[in-house]
Ligand binder design. Structure first.
Ligand code: T5A
Length: 218
C-alpha cells in the first residue's frame, strides 16, 4: 500500500483557497481518488473548539501572540495525529486549507514573534508530517481586502479577532508568505489567485498532477 499525499493551500485572507479546495476535491473524486478536506485551525472536535477560541470567542480580546502561536499548534498537533497520519497511511489524498506556513507567516512575520521559536513549536507539532505540495495563492492586498469586505457584508454578526488586525500586520503576513515560497520552491508553488476561477484552477491542477499517486495502486 503506497502512502497518500498531503496538499496544503496557503495565502492571505480571501485569496480564494476555500473555493479552490472545493474545486480540486471535486476533480480528484471524479477521477476516483479518495480525498479528505481539512482546515486549520480546526479539523478535529478539539481543533474546532480551539478555532472558536482563536477567532470568535467573546473572551479572546486579550490573547497574546505567544498564546495564539501555541493554540494554533495545539490544534495542529491534534489534527496531525488524530486524522492526517492515519489517513496518509491509508493512502488518502488530504487537502488542507492552511497548515504550518500560515503560522510562520501570521505568528512569525505578522505578529513578529522570534522565527526560531516559531519553527521549534511547529516542528514539535508536526514532527515528520510535511506537505508533499503547497499551493500559495497570491492576490494583491486590495483584492484580498475587497473580497473580505464582500464576505463580511453577508455575515455582519460574526466577529473574527484575526481579521480585526491592522493593515501593517497583513502586509507583514503577505511578505512572510513570499519569503516562505522563495525559500522552498520545490514544495511551495506560487499561483496567481487574481485571475478567473477556471484559470486559477488550471494552474493548480498542473502542479497537483505531478504529485498524485496512480489511481488503483493504493
Ligand atoms: N491562521 C491560521 C493563523 O494566524 N495561523 C495559523 O497557523 C493558521 C492555520 C483562519 C485564520 O487563522 C489564521 C489565518 C486566518 O486569519 P479562516 O476563516 O479559515 O481563518 O480564513 P481564511 O483561511 O483566511 O479563508 P477565507 O475564507 O478568508 O479566504 P479564502 O478561503 O482564501 O477565500 P475564499 O475561497 O473563501 O474566497 C473569498 C471570496 O473571493 C471569491 C469567493 O467567491 C469568495 O467570495 N473568489 C474569487 N473572486 C474572483 N476571482 C477568483 N479567482 C476568486 N476566488 C475566490
Amino acid at each position: 500500500m503506497s502512502k497518500g499525499r498531503l496538499i496544503t493551500f496557503e495565502g492571505t485572507e480571501g485569496c480564494g483557497k476555500s473555493t479552490q479546495v472545493r474545486l480540486l476535491t471535486e476533480r480528484l473524486k471524479s477521477l476516483g481518488h479518495r480525498v479528505r478536506n481539512l482546515r486549520e485551525p480546526g479539523g478535529t472536535p478539539i481543533g474546532e473548539e480551539i478555532r472558536h477560541t482563536l477567532k470568535h470567542s467573546h473572551n479572546n480580546a486579550a490573547m497574546t501572540a505567544e498564546a495564539e502561536l501555541l493554540l494554533m499548534n495545539a490544534s495542529r498537533a491534534q489534527l496531525v495525529r488524530e486524522i492526517i497520519r492515519p489517513a496518509l497511511a491509508e493512502g488518502e489524498i488530504i487537502i488542507c486549507d492552511r497548515f504550518y506556513d500560515s503560522t510562520t507567516a501570521y505568528q512569525g512575520f505578522g505578529r513578529e514573534l522570534d522565527l526560531a521559536h516559531v519553527k521549534a513549536v511547529i516542528d514539535f507539532a508536526v514532527g515528520e508530517t510535511k506537505p508533499d505540495l503547497t499551493l500559495f495563492l497570491h492576490v494583491p492586498a486590495e483584492v484580498s481586502a475587497e473580497r473580505l469586505r464582500s464576505r463580511q457584508a453577508t455575515m455582519p454578526f460574526v466577529r473574527d479577532r484575526i481579521e480585526e488586525s491592522d493593515q501593517k500586520f497583513f502586509e507583514r503576513v503577505a511578505h512572510g508568505f513570499g519569503v516562505i515560497a522563495a525559500q522552498e520552491p520545490q514544495r511551495v508553488k506560487f499561483i496567481n489567485g487574481n485571475q478567473q476561477l477556471d484559470v486559477v484552477c488550471a494552474r493548480i491542477w498542473e502542479q497537483v498532477e505531478q504529485v498524485l499517486p496512480r489511481v488503483g495502486r493504493w
